[in-house]
Design a protein around this ligand. Structure first.
Ligand code: GDP
Ligand code: MG
Length: 437
């Protein structure tokens, strides 16, 4: 799925010190593929990839210490923008009742989600009415009555007469009975067809609804986008409710609908149960599509804690292979200020925090390492070869450790210096993972 594809794309970027233009291009190639596979409209993909690339290949990213996170952040923000930025609220008519016409293809979830929405607003103190205007399928009226009673919302019906007459009568009924919201359940068809659109257009003209909410099944991917386009062209819809997001719906519909129609997704349906309805939040959907752990809070922490300048100096030293224990200590402190290593690792997308336990991060060893380095003189930190036995004993006493601990630290530090030759300044982030002494 999209999530795995993006994870794979980001994994390639993780661990690199800096992003070259080629790196960004490479990642974007995979992101483009991933989005297309998720059934995102190709025009939307093109636009999306272009805007992300434009932002990513900027100096921000190239100068950032954590380019992979930077890309994740940009992709996340752009996904959010693509879906409208913020939650778009249902318009409430200043002159009640607010009339919401529910349209869509057969099986999209008009009837069920009409009841869900009625129940949702009833809980907020509204007095909704459901109106049965699907006269196309005989069972539709009964179905609406059943779900209506389940959410304790009255259902207005007049059998199988002209749906426009029913809609008008329903609104009059609402006015008389103090219902401040009217949800009109309409008929659908298997496919977009002219007869249906004509009927809906006439209804729109007759009742002048506050909202025309298109109900779209998220499981049908690209077809959902085509349907949304056709309904919008015929009816100038005011918003979309995306249903069946509880299934293995690909992100494609959610991503494309706003971009293609210009109309916001306002609600989501997330299950067959009548309370499984929620407002649509673009940022949540973006995170869900990315599905990569608590990516954003990781980025926030990284940005707060890392001193980019220090990191650049450090990189210079690494390049010249002049990495000292003092530098290492600075690095430890920065890493620690980001939170515990296991906490950070747990936030990394695709990292199994269970598997990490004990394996990578040993917090008490980290503390010991810190204590040892702190007990050294500045000269010793710059040049560990000064450390003869008596100095080591002094440091062990000062840090509450043993000489053997100091020897182990020095040995591993030596190893790291050797590795730093191979780093050539690229893998600074890995230093954070080297706290295991
Ligand atoms: P309509 O033809 O547009 O009126 O669609 P219905 O309201 O009759 O719904 C069609 C089917 O989709 C029903 O079996 C619903 O229970 C189901 N359904 C509706 N919304 C959701 C949802 O959000 N999640 C899931 N899993 N099923 C849904
Ligand atoms: Mg129905």
């Amino acid at each position: 799925g999209l999530t795995e594809k993006l994870s794979a794309a980001f994994k390639k970027l993780r661990g690199k010190g800096r992003l070259s233009e080629a790196d960004v291009k490479e990642a974007m190639k995979e992101i483009r593929m991933a989005l297309l596979e998720a059934d995102v409209n190709f025009k939307v993909v093109k636009q999306f990839v272009a805007s992300v690339t434009e932002r990513a290949v900027g100096s921000d990213v190239l100068e950032s210490l954590t380019p992979a996170q930077m890309i994740v952040k940009i992709v996340n923000e752009e996904l959010t923008n693509l879906m409208g930025g913020e939650n778009s609220k249902l318009t409430i008519s200043p002159k009640p009742p607010t009339v919401i016409m529910l349209c869509g293809l057969n099986g999209a979830g008009k009837t069920t989600n009409g009841a869900k929405l009625a129940g949702f607003f009833k809980k907020q103190g509204k007095r909704p009415l459901l109106v049965a205007c699907d006269t196309f399928r005989p069972a539709a009226i009964t179905q609406l009555e059943v779900v209506g009673s389940q959410v304790d919302v009255p259902v207005f019906q007049m059998g199988q007469i002209d749906p426009i007459d029913i809609a008008k009568a329903g609104i009059e009924h609402a006015k008389k009975h103090g219902n401040d919201m009217v949800f009109i359940d309409t008929a659908g068809r298997l496919h977009v067809d002219e007869e249906l659109m004509d009927q809906l257009k006439q209804m729109k003209a007759a009742i002048e609804p506050t909202e025309i909410l298109l109900i779209v099944d998220a499981m049908i991917g690209q077809d959902a986008v085509n349907a949304a386009k056709a309904f919008d062209e015929a009816l100038d819809i005011t918003g979309v409710m995306l249903t069946k997001l509880d299934g293995d719906a690909r992100g494609g519909a959610a991503l494309s609908i706003k971009a293609v129609t210009g109309k916001p997704i306002k609600f989501v349906g997330q299950g067959e149960k009548l309370d499984q309805v929620d407002l649509f939040y673009p940022d949540r959907m973006a995170s869900r599509i990315l599905g990569m752990g608590d990516v954003l809070s990781l980025i926030e922490k990284a940005q707060q804690s890392f001193d980019a300048k220090k990191a650049a100096e450090l990189e210079q030293k690494l390049r010249k292979n002049k990495f000292t224990l003092a530098d290492f200590y600075d690095q430890l402190v920065q890493v620690k200020s980001m939170g515990s290593l296991s906490e950070i690792a747990g936030m990394l997308p695709g990292v199994n925090s269970k598997a990490l336990e004990g394996a990578m991060v040993d917090e008490s060893a980290l503390a010991r390492t810190e204590a040892i380095i702190l007990s050294m003189t500045p000269a010793e930190r710059e040049d560990p070869s000064l450390l003869n036995n008596s100095r080591k004993k002094r440091i062990a006493a000062g840090s509450g450790t043993q000489v053997v601990d100091i020897n182990r630290l020095l040995k591993q530090f030596e190893l790291m210096q050797q590795m730093s030759k191979q780093f050539s300044g690229k893998n600074i982030k890995k230093l954070g993972r080297m706290g295991k002494f």
